[in-house]
Design a binder for this molecule. Sequence first.
Ligand code: EPU
Length: 428
Amino acid sequence: MEGKRALNGRIKIQGSKNAALPILAACMLIPGKCTLKGCPDITDIGYMCSLLKSAGAEVSISDTKTEMQLEVDTRHVREYRLPEKYVSAMRSSVVMMGAMLGRLGEVHVNYPGGCVIGERPINLHLFGLEKLGAQIWTEGNHIRAYADELKGAVIDFPFSSVGATQNVILAAVTARGTTVIKNAAAEPEVTELCIFLNRAGADIDFSKVFMPDGKIVIHGVELSRLHGVEYSIISDRIVAGTYMFGALAAGGTVTLENVPIRQLGSVCDIITKMGAGITTDTDKNEITVAAADRERIVNIPYIETDIYPAFPTDLQSPLLVAACMANGTLKVKEKIFSSRFRIVEELQRMGARIDVDGDTAVVTGGEELEGRNVIARELRGGAALVIAGLCASGITTVADSGYIRRGYQDIVGDFTGLGARIRYMNSP
Ligand code: EPU
């Protein structure tokens, strides 16, 4: 990419990766045919479909230019041994445990993969499933879980985990009796899973998830009560946030269409405080970021990542790049993942002034970035490096952009539509 050009125009935001993945796992629990509209066309969805197929589901894809629809028919699912090839390709495969235990009473998997952004243990997942009556054996990288019958229980998580909450919900849907999850994660990707499952015949009450002890209550239903549904995947708040920080960093005026506005409160708040104009149109689900007046773009003293509805860890790297382009100093504390400053070294090579001390980075903005050959090491950091390249003088190349394709359908096409000079290398 050739940087230093303002971004102007409109982008339509894709469906949410982190909502679609557990919903695809949920399809395995439902003995029927589900239609998922608005799935993002990204590598991780491809891996998940392969995983479902390997367990006996029929998955068909119908593609339009901007939207992918998946039909998942799981009526003939019998296989509980999931192949390592797909399980280790992504983190989300771990929620297949809850779905398969609920459906078949048994699952053999190995430890999941996913972006290397710090310690990602699954102890809370296993704790929750064991509380529901699953017996779990781990040997090396392999995990076997078995449940004659899952029984409702009170599961009090020591802290909130998106994946562990989803896993327990999936297992509890057909457990006998009532399950209460305390300290449940309240991220939109969790509530979306509940809404999807309720449409398919489950009985989940998540109305108290924002109360102090964050409760989700699941009343178990017979497996035969679950049925296939048609469902539209919500749009991706993290992709939307990435492009909002892109506009803030590079300058210009960008309108995002198909945005989950209410889920972006903390992001809008920060971008406004950093001096850009934010306009929302709730009827059209659009947000406009106006950041053409560069004099007004300033850093605010301190931002920390935290669980929803606070500022999301997945947008911390795009924020760092925007902070490099703003005047003044920003201190960012990363509270969710231990190794989420992996792009700092690459940004420093581009001329950024960032000091990292443990879980805190201090960015001194207002320095020119210079185009360099940099390497993506994980999904969100990779997308942030693209933004950095769009702000830098000269040419930047981002290697290992496959990481970005795991979560962004077409980052190059999207930025090209906003007037950026950017292209894939070595691609037709
Ligand atoms: N944790 C444990 N034990 C567990 C599970 C989690 O200690 O058994 C810790 C993690 O190490 C982390 C914290 O709890 O420090 C929160 O992790 P969480 O389980 O909430 O995250 P996740 O389910 O693994 C999802 C998203 C991530 C997103 C986080 C936080 C998916 C597939 N992934 O991960 O998204 O950063 O929630 O919101 O939904 C991404 O899309 O780039 C991404 C990494």
